[in-house]
Design a binder for this molecule. Structure first.
Ligand SMILES: [Zn+2]
Length: 555
């Protein structure tokens, strides 16, 4: 009994001195591979101060494998254990949340006796209970419970892969609260999106150290501090690549890092001053103890001539946002597309044989694009979109609560095929389709559809629904601007141009770890999708021209 009492007393004393997260974690967490034993800042000194940030908003824009996800997990545990507050830990999808709960969370408990006793109920995948407080683990997509969980501590892990709307909603909701703590982290993707957008709102802190050669305070930045040796990935000289000080240009040995990055020689410092209570941090793999300069040089060479690998080098190795070559429609490309004709020019004659189609993106406003396709008589029928030239005749927006306003456009432009976003108002879209049977198709972007294939399902009466791959069709649409195969009217609204430029093509990893093209938006992009739906309408219109059963012809 006495021993037990003594143990309890000692535990109590330890607990009282563990008022900061960084000290708590050194005492309370035990790690498995690759650095087994008590949690230590030895291998990632940049993680110490990040644990103890007391700002209301905190953002970490990071390279991969820098130990920062572990920081997020530690903050969650510490908040439950010491601050006795609920935590909402959000991952991109419900599947990610489930995996996290099973692997990361349960592994942490397996290695730590203390955490094992702290969490009294761990059976529910999305909810871990520690006495009176909870750790909620949720996915960001299609998960309405995010809104209903009353928490003041929110952790957003892999923010760039999340449903961006749900992130901004969650942040907005918290910003009015007196007690709040938000910790967002991610490898970045494109500029002004997700973690980079958040990072720019904070202090933009970099991790500084004293150069072991010249003694000046400095940091590792790319390309100044990475001397890449060799000519290509197969050149053995690549292994000789090294780090250097950007102040004195002298070589800094990778193996010296544990010495010159050691606490308190290294420190975080803001690069901008902000009024907000928001600290933001940036760290790249040049700091890593496990990634060598040779590894980084190899990753660089992999990216030469391979944009997906260049994205990986910038995002995952350098922790920097990056737009791949040709990833965005440029101002010049849009200027080149503008030609001297106007939206109010003469309408087509009744019963015209011109191939005019319409695309509609639903929302608060319905964005509409009317496109004429000029078919190349010698073009290949297999890829109509590649051989046809596009001329946008009209763009505009109509109130999203009145779908009947779309009807006159169908007649005015003698529309051969119209494709409309199926969501969010699917019933309105269906009714619109039924008013023009055989001419209007609902559309959904889906995974599991390949190439420019259209899957048409005859849903209900007269409201067929087409399913397409989002990236492939956007490639076809945006590609027109890159290859100068589209004209837009001289009085095209500025908003249309902005929406076209808002879409950025980059790469994400699929389930097998292979790069897959994906379009992200840095702002509203409704007109871009409205145009894209008109591109999708072309093969459907061609089916009408042929006068047969469209569905059989397309698939
Ligand atoms: Zn130096």
């Amino acid at each position: 009994m006495l021993t037990e009492f003594g143990d309890a007393l000692q535990q109590g004393l330890v607990s009282r001195t563990l008022s900061t997260c960084s000290r708590w974690v050194e005492k309370r967490r035990t790690m498995g591979e690759p650095f087994p034993g008590p949690y230590s800042f030895k291998y990632h000194p940049w993680c110490r101060e990040v644990h103890d940030t007391s700002a209301g908003f905190n953002t970490v824009m990071k390279a991969a494998q820098m130990g920062l996800t572990e920081v997020a997990i530690n903050i969650a545990f510490f908040t439950n254990d010491v601050k006795k507050r609920d935590v909402l830990y959000v991952l991109p999808t419900a599947l990610n949340a489930g995996d996290f709960s099973k692997s990361r969370f349960n592994t942490a408990l397996m290695h730590s006796e203390y955490l094992k006793t702290l969490y009294t109920d761990t059976n529910t995948v999305g909810l871990k209970q520690a006495g009176g407080v909870n750790l909620y683990i949720r996915g960001s997509r299609g998960d309405s419970n995010l809104k209903s969980i009353p928490v003041s501590v929110l952790i957003l892990d892999e923010a760039d892969e999340m449903d961006q709307r749900s992130i901004w909603l969650a942040l907005e909701r918290l910003s009015g609260q007196l007690h709040k703590f938000v910790f967002s982290l991610s490898t970045p993707t494109i500029p002004n999106y997700g973690i980079h957008k958040l990072y720019l709102q904070g202090t933009q802190e970099h991790f500084y150290f004293k150069c072991p050669r010249c003694g000046r305070n400095t940091e590792f930045v790319y390309p100044d501090c990475l001397e890449i040796c060799g000519e290509s990935i197969t050149d053995p000289a690549v292994k000789k690549s090294y780090l250097k000080c950007k102040e004195c240009k002298k070589r800094i040995d990778h193996k010296e890092k544990p010495e010159f990055l050691k606490f308190p020689k290294s420190y975080w410092e803001p690069t901008v001053t902000v009024d907000e209570d928001h600290r933001s941090f940036y760290v790249n793999q040049m700091y890593s103890y496990t990634v060598t300069p040779g590894d980084l040089a190899m990753a660089y060479f992999r990216g030469v001539g391979d944009e997906a690998a260049m994205v990986e080098f910038n995002n995952s190795k350098l922790g920097l946002p990056y737009i791949p070559d040709g990833g965005q429609v440029t101002e010049t490309e849009i200027d080149n597309a503008i030609h001297r004709y106007f939206k109010e020019d003469q309408r087509p004659n009744l019963g015209t044989d011109r191939c005019i189609v319409m695309g509609i993106d639903q929302g608060k406003m319905n964005h509409v694009v009317v496109t004429e396709f000029l078919l190349d008589p010698k073009g290949k029928v297999q890829d109509l979109n590649a051989s046809a030239f596009a001329k946008i005749l009209w763009q505009g927006k109509l109130p999203g609560d009145d779908f009947s306003a779309l009807d006159p456009l169908m007649r005015e432009w003698q529309i051969r095929a119209c494709v409309i976003d199926a969501d969010p108002q699917i019933n309105d879209a269906r009714r619109f389709a039924r008013r023009f049977p055989g001419y209007v198709y609902l559309c959904r972007y889906r995974r599991g559809v390949t190439g420019k294939e259209l899957q048409v399902a005859e849903e209900d009466n007269g409201a067929p629904i087409v399913t397409v791959d989002r990236s492939n069709w956007l490639d076809a649409s945006m590609g027109r601007f890159h290859s100068d195969r589209i004209h837009i009217p001289a009085d095209t609204p500025l908003e249309f141009k902005d929406h076209m430029k808002a879409l950025v093509r980059t790469y994400e990893k699929d389930e097998q770890g292979n790069p897959k093209a994906i379009y992200l938006n840095t702002g509203p992009d409704h007109y871009a999708h409205a145009y894209n739906y008109s591109e999708i309408a072309l093969p459907l219109a061609a089916g009408i021209v042929a006068g047969g059963d469209i569905i059989d012809k397309i698939i």
